[in-house]
Design a protein around this ligand. Structure first.
Ligand SMILES: [Zn+2]
Length: 274
């Protein structure tokens, strides 16, 4: 399934014999060394402070998220990324950043949304990674079987249009400005092929998608908050090129600066529309 999992995937247990027929990825041939080389933007900071709730996706009860091609739990990736993003936004100034969870604490999604609403946050940004594409197995550390795929790399930004028009406009603006920031920093947008019937491409920016799950399966943190909320799926966690690059401190810094730029543009749009 391409969408972000709300339930943990079972650990892949396959007989060793089944691995023999599957070649590990040739990272050199896939272009791994040159893959994902974003540039650092110089964001123009907002003229008013922005209250931003950063939500490291998953880390709720029985919900560690997906498992990457290096068998890393999504909840661990998103938490580490949130710390790095928080540090850069604090360093830049202009943002009051609050994380929805820290350390090993388990926090329900309802509590995270309640936190953002209590703070009257300007933006609620939920960080995730996706899993997409036909998966194969490999053993990157020689012991655990992990799934990998090179089929569907790229970032996506998700929002919901299930709300009154004013809130939908705010969510779309937040999502499109963040997507534009990532595009300006030369992160590659995901095309959306595997999102069929789940998310629909939005014309406001490449990489921006609107939730099209059937009514009862729509994403809670997208449709529920009464403050503007979006999800950033940073990359395809099954893609070893992306998963390794996203561990790089320079890629994370470029991401944080792109988010800062997107938030600043979002704030500017809000000021102009008043
Ligand atoms: Zn997720």
């Amino acid at each position: 399934m391409p969408q972000c999992k709300s339930k943990p995937e079972p650990a892949p247990h396959r007989a060793a014999a089944s691995l023999a027929s599957q070649e590990p990825p040739d990272l050199q041939a896939l272009g791994e060394p040159a893959f994902l080389q974003p540039k650092e933007l110089t964001p123009e900071l907002p003229n008013q402070r922005l209250v931003v709730v950063l939500d490291p996706g998953h880390g709720a009860k029985d919900n560690p998220g997906n498992t990457s091609c290096y068998c890393i739990a999504e909840q661990d990736f998103t938490l580490a990324l949130a710390y790095d993003l928080e540090a850069v936004l604090d360093e830049l100034g202009g943002f009051d950043v609050v994380l929805s969870r820290r350390g090993s604490e388990l926090v329900s999604y309802a509590d995270r949304v309640a936190l953002a609403e209590r703070l009257q946050a300007d933006a609620f940004i939920s960080l995730h990674s996706d899993i997409r594409g036909q998966a194969k197995l490999w053993r990157p550390d020689g012991t655990a079987d992990c799934k990998w795929s090179e089929e569907a790399p790229g970032f996506s930004v998700l929002f919901s249009d299930e709300a009154l028009p004013r809130m939908v406009a705010a969510r779309r603006s937040l999502g499109s400005e963040l997507a534009k920031g990532l595009l300006a920093a030369e992160f590659s947008p995901y095309g959306g092929k595997e999102y069929l019937n789940l998310y629909e491409s939005d014309a406001a920016a490449a990489g921006l998608f609107v939730d099209r799950h059937e009514a009862k399966k729509r994403v809670f943190v997208l449709r529920k908050p009464t403050v503007p909320s979006i999800i950033i799926e940073t990359h395809n966690a099954l893609d070893p090129r992306e998963a390794s690059r996203w561990e790089d401190v320079d890629v994370r810094r470029a991401f944080a600066l792109a988010v800062a730029e997107g938030l600043s543009q979002f704030r500017r749009g809000l000021s102009e529309s008043k």
